[in-house]
Design a protein around this ligand. Structure first.
Ligand code: NAD
Length: 490
């Protein structure tokens, strides 16, 4: 094992951040972590100096050097104009995987789930977090959900590699592909594709609504769960909370070349400066970091000393319970208690063993190569129109007189995804946002290509007629598979 010091970038953050970071570093030093911290300033003061992302050029330079970031929580100032530092860091450094272990510590930390020990692996860069939102009409706002094949491949492969490296037995996928057939459908499909390369691991898929209910009810039946960004954001907080407390969980953000480690909670400004906060979340993030930088021996020492401290009933205020806890301590005293137990193991809770190869395989396997282009045929367009009327037959009559000709015709109109023409139901509520599907005129089911020029001509005619088209989506066939869904009722 290398004895060289590994440079890491450390940010003490805001609120309780400096106290919990000092506590964490005290424990790491006591355990003999072979690290050389470089300190940077991020967060509130940097935002207030006018850096809208909360991080400045010198901090980025340190990160470029070390590629490993141990980060305390920061306070995002109230009011507009400040970008989330977390989202900026994840996206800039390509931190595609968010790894959140959630384990219960019964009977020392109160929980309804005594044997819970699961890991949520959340996709960290895409989905609804692309931040592409628009107001399109008086009544309608939209947020684009972008799911990519490379994004799915990376996160799902990571989940399987993580399971293997950490002696986990099962990987579960949560998605909502019964409704979002193309986006969540891709996530599920790639789970099956990549899963076939890992026959040693048990695999299952749940539709996320019932999957989430089962996770909250019987978390002991889950091991590693992989999911898209928004689902993972929500369910990892649920899992951490039902395990005992969001204040205990750490989080790793992993990319091909960079990684960031933190607590899952925020800067808790009301607790700041009082030596009250529990440093366990950040300490658990730091344990993940030690594994990542190839020091699983130190990670194991710190983890077991921490478990022993919890088991000895030495608790900060947030988990202290009369009758169960032995001693209520502050942030610093808790860290000193963990440091004093380095070399000891828990006696009742299961001690942790880190596989010497627990760092997830060679990162090159996450470098996704672009696949050969597929045969792609333009076969129509969905034009979204802002029209304040309410009668689908009326909008069809108006638009058909502009759009329909001997080459193209309106084949369907929907409102909020439900078909309202032809043959809609009068009960369907209609907003001011209409989708008008146009395809080549054909007497048969056969798909006929159309040209971009034909579509451009439709837009010119709509503009001349004074119609407000707010966006369009081209309809493509990829080989013989449609690249679009039917509307409800189509
Ligand atoms: P929070 O997680 O900071 O605090 C919520 C409550 O949880 C606190 O009032 C406290 O009672 C408790 N708590 C949290 N961490 C604790 C700990 N270590 N020990 C004991 N008790 C703890 O959430 P919030 O109040 O919604 O957010 C405060 C600030 O933190 C905001 O500015 C928010 O933007 C920021 N935030 C930062 C991060 C991050 O940097 N990763 C994450 C979430 C929130």
């Amino acid at each position: 094992m290398s004895q060289e010091l590994v440079p890491i970038t450390v940010a003490k953050g805001d609120g309780i951040g400096p106290e919990i970071m000092d506590a964490t570093l005290l424990v790491l030093e006591a355990a003999g972590a072979r690290i050389a911290p470089e300190f940077i300033e991020i967060g509130e003061q940097v935002y207030l100096r006018g850096e809208s992302s909360g991080i400045d050029a010198s901090a980025w330079q340190s990160l470029e050097r070390t590629k490993v970031f141990l980060k305390a929580p920061i306070t995002t100032p109230q009011g507009g104009g400040f970008k989330s530092l977390n989202v900026t860091t994840r996206k800039t450094l390509g931190l595609f995987a968010n790894v959140r272990p959630c384990r219960s510590f019964h009977p020392y930390v109160s929980t309804k789930h005594p044997v819970m020990d699961l890991v949520i692996i959340r996709e960290n860069e895409e989905d609804l977090y692309a931040g592409i939102e628009h107001r399109q009409t008086d009544e309608v706002y939209q947020c684009l959900k972008l799911i990519t094949r490379p994004g799915c491949e990376k996160i799902i492969r990571y989940a399987f590699e993580y399971a293997r490296a950490n002696n986990r037995k099962k990987v579960t996928c949560f998605s909502k592909d019964n409704i979002m057939k193309m986006t969540d459908g891709l996530f599920h499909k790639i789970f099956e594709e990549i899963g076939s390369e890992y026959p040693d691991l048990e695999q299952e898929h749940w539709i996320i609504d019932i999957g989430a209910a089962k996770m909250a009810d019987t978390p002991e039946n889950f091991d590693v769960i992989v999911m898209a960004n928004l689902y993972g954001d929500i369910l990892s907080d649920v899992a951490a909370q039902i395990a005992g407390s969001v204040g205990l969980a750490g989080s790793a953000n992993i990319g091909v070349n960079y990684a960031m480690f933190e607590a899952i909670h925020g800067s808790a400004p009301r607790r700041a400066g009082q030596n009250l906060a529990n440093p366990s979340g950040l300490l658990n993030g730091a344990i993940q970091m030690l594994v990542h930088i190839g020091q699983p021996d130190v990670a194991e020492k710190v983890h077991n000393a921490w478990l022993r401290t919890i088991e000895d009933g030495i608790h900060t205020y947030d988990i202290y319970r009369e009758g169960v806890s032995q001693q209520k301590v502050g942030t610093r005293e808790f860290a000193e208690a963990v440091a004093a137990r380095i070399g000891q193991e828990p006696e009742k809770l299961a001690p942790v063993r880190y596989n010497p190869n627990a760092k997830v395989a060679d990162n090159n396997i996450y470098k996704v190569e672009r696949k050969p282009l597929e045969a792609k045929t333009l076969v129509g367009v969905d034009i979204f129109v802002h029209w304040p009327g309410t009668d689908p037959n009326e909008i069809h009559a108006k638009l058909a007189s502009i759009i329909d000709n001997d080459q193209l015709a309106i084949t369907m109109i929907s409102n909020r995804g439900t078909k309202v023409w032809p043959g809609g139901n009068p009960e369907t509520f209609c907003t001011d946002h209409w989708r008008v599907r146009c395809k080549a005129r054909s007497g048969t089911e056969q798909v006929i290509p159309v040209s971009h020029r034909q579509l451009a001509d439709v837009f010119v005619r709509l503009a001349d007629a004074g119609f407000d088209f707010i966006k369009s989506e081209n309809l493509y066939m990829f080989g013989d598979q449609p690249g679009f869904t039917r509307s409800q009722g189509e």
